[in-house]
Write a protein that binds this ligand. Sequence first.
Ligand code: ATP
Length: 588
Amino acid sequence: MKFSLVAETLGYMENTTKRTELTKHLVDLFKITPPEIISKVVYLLQGKLRPDHEGIEVGVAEKLAVKALSKSAGIPVTKIEHEYMKAGDFGQATATVLGQKTQTTFLKEDITVERVYDTLFKIAELKGGKSQDMKMKYISSLLNDASPVEGRFIAKIITANLRLGIADFTILDALSVAFTGTKENRPKLEHAYNVCSDLGRVASAVAGEGFESLKGFQVSVFSPVRPMLAERVKTPAEAREKMGHQFAAEYKLDGERVQIHIGNDKVVLYSRSLENITNYYPDIVEKITKSVKSGKIILEAEAVAVNEETGEFLPFQELMHRRRKHNIAKAVKEYPITVNLFDIMFVDGASCLDMTYAERRKTLERAVKEDAFSRIMPMTIVTTDDEVEDFLENAINSGCEGLMLKQLDSPYRAGARASNWLKLKREYRNELGDTLDLVIVGAFYGRGRRTGRYGALLLAAYDEDQDKYPSICKVGTGFTDESLDQIYQILSDKIVVKKDPRVDTSLEADVWFDPEIVIEIVASEITLSPIHRVAMDGIRKGSGLALRFPKFTGKIRFEKTPENSTGVKEVVTMYNSQKKVVQGEKQF
Ligand code: ATP
């Protein structure tokens, strides 16, 4: 299949933000894609080579890509750098340069999807001393045969700059329409995706073996399952309304969610956003197998930093020290953790997802032998508000954030945020009630003490229906000098020349960023706003929703992708529940 077909689709998609149009372009492309290579097309559309959890990254330094382009086009590096400065985008500069190419190639090979994909894969696998030369050779050979539009997207993918951000669910919609004739079947595709977290695999199955083959998708070790998420409640009474008379209450610890896969004497750990985080936790890899009786198992746990002397749980920030590439052994020693298991997804060769919570908990208790490192999450069955209150008090006194409340007879709903799991935090009771996880999309330069750094950040929520990032507030409080520096540094390689097309705001920031970094915010209230764009026109014509008195909590949610940030629907729910309280409903 010609790569130009993919490049053309990417070109169309770059010019629209309407989800229906994006889907239509994808449907057209999928319909003409041979099933054997549809997985490759799906990965390339998202600027990837494999699902994220496999950790295969193509990212080549722009400097090297510039050199390769110079070699293949016969144009000096300085001229290419000039074009790059002018365009502010390496993809665009590549297209311009290829358009002015002076060297003509007589033996031009066609650029196929297979060739692009396989070459990028080889580049991604190259390591070590001589790898730079080889990478350059591969890139320049591809660009040598590429047309300007093909070159534009090859350059973007190679330098990890394909910023179309086509969301997973847009691809699922398009696959559903292309291969079953209707969007109605998307939930079945989504189910397959939820248990394997590999869109390419789902695409291959539905395109090659047909819709029915999706039934065969089962949970398996080393394919991470998309996690089940919780809704928030403010009071035990609200929980009772949603879950009935009797339910389970578990401690809600403030650490990092870890999905533990064990099989064939190997342990692999995945984060909340299914990134492979095995290297950060060698202690889990070493110790967990001592507590687990089955050779093949998938468990979910919260890893929490502890004070080894007192046994006290420490705040989430302490785990940040584990996020380093070097000297992990030192971090393991200085910042010890415990692993607190709260769910089981697979054991004895079978999935546990369809079991009820009560059955899964029993299965978990049978499968794990607790020790000082691997614990089972404290749980009690509650039937009255007072029992919830007492348990909450215990939880808070032990250093927890609050409670997770779970319906006893509900299955594990992978990838869903549903009312079978509720979170009840202490801070939910006052003011706004909950924290929000928001994406940094822009910044404003600081003055006075903050000269040379950012004075305020522009934040957005995620609109899952439109795949957009509408702005919700500017935040300038809650930062320490240290956190300001840290954020300034993290954001330095996320700067983009133009506002990302998915960012929706009426404000003009001094600097725009790729929507990637998620931070936690508290606020006093959600109000209607003519400036910010969350739920624009949804509650009142001409108004969106904004946060009043937003404040950074100090937490950078490095385990969250921007799509995992607080959704527009959640903000609307928070706005409505706040109204209820104002209208005189009993507040706890
Ligand atoms: P999300 O709900 O999207 O994960 P979040 O991380 O902001 O967003 P939290 O308010 O932190 O949500 O609550 C959910 C998280 O709580 C889980 O992802 C998990 O990391 C953690 N957690 C702690 N204890 C438990 C528990 N007993 N059961 C399930 N999750 C728990």
